[in-house]
Design a protein around this ligand. Structure first.
Ligand SMILES: Nc1ncnc2c1ncn2[C@@H]1O[C@H](COP(=O)(O)OP(=O)(O)OP(=O)(O)O)[C@@H](O)[C@H]1O
Length: 246
């Protein structure tokens, strides 16, 4: 059974070339805008098996974060579709979904409800969220005073407390210290044992080998290889030069 089925997903962005943004220049152009469509993802199709820990790998600008954002429903694919089997929670950019003026405590309720938890559910899980994050001493401080590591700790703790069937995480974990990374690794192992699926992006092939059993290699928006983690990393490392990747 597949946790996620990605079917011919493409995503384009408009790149505007008009540097002069004044009203006069807009009138002179007769409101025509000068842009080109840039395809960050092109016809990407693969399945993510249920219970797998799945990495997206590839060089800078290859489309990993764009695909992750499509998976997290932050972006809508320009064409193609994504099917999910189960509840998905995402933890992407540092502090996304947080309100900077609110305290850690208030953000747990805000972020938890954005992720689909009821107030009752958050009440029940509150201590466990704070415990895992390790920021209890600062929980009543506005999060704008948090360090980036503290943000990630709290955001990640909230995301996993949703007990999602599918967890989507960006490279944000790299911001956490060694102790927190070890905690996350253990959490991913628990997830796997419970049959849950984790999809993550990383540039560290060592971390990917450690954490993941499957991987997909993206290059310039195209899927190059997908399969077990070792052969995908091998193809990526061997093929980087051949495909002009950085
Ligand atoms: N909102 C956007 N508007 C225009 N172009 C974008 C936008 N988001 C991403 N892109 C472009 O899409 C391409 C893929 O970007 P993406 O962030 O998905 O790459 P990535 O593989 O995650 O890179 P990195 O490893 O550097 O994080 C890049 O060329 C980027 O400039």
């Amino acid at each position: 059974m597949n946790a996620v089925e990605i079917d011919q997903v493409s995503k384009s962005f408009r790149l505007y070339h008009e540097r002069n943004q004044t009203l006069k220049s807009a009138i002179m152009r007769r409101r025509r805008s000068v842009h080109e469509d840039f395809w960050a993802l092109k016809d990407v199709s693969f399945d993510v098996p249920e219970g797998s820990t799945f990495a997206l790998i590839g060089s800078n600008g290859s489309g990993k974060s764009t695909l992750l954002k499509c998976l997290a429903k932050i972006y809508w694919p320009t064409s193609g579709s994504i099917r999910y089997n189960g509840r998905m929670a995402a933890m992407l950019e540092v502090g996304s979904g947080f309100h900077h003026e609110l305290s850690g405590r208030e953000n747990i309720y805000l972020n938890g409800s954005i992720l689909g938890m009821s107030k009752k559910e958050i009440d029940r899980k509150y201590d466990q969220i704070v415990d895992f994050s390790g920021v209890e001493q600062f929980i009543d401080q506005p999060v704008k005073n948090y360090s980036s590591g503290m943000y990630v700790r709290l955001g990640f703790s909230i995301a996993i407390s949703v007990e999602p069937d599918i967890l989507v995480v960006d490279e944000v974990l790299a911001v956490g210290d060694a102790e927190f990374q070890e905690k996350c690794l253990q959490k991913f192992r628990d997830f796997r044992d419970e049959g849950r699926t984790v999809i993550l992006v990383s540039h560290s092939m060592e971390a990917v080998r450690d954490m993941c059993d499957h991987a997909a290699w993206l290059n310039k928006g195209h899927l190059m290889t997908v399969g077990d983690v070792d052969s995908t990393i091998e193809a990526y490392l061997g093929g980087k030069g051949a495909h002009g990747a950085a």
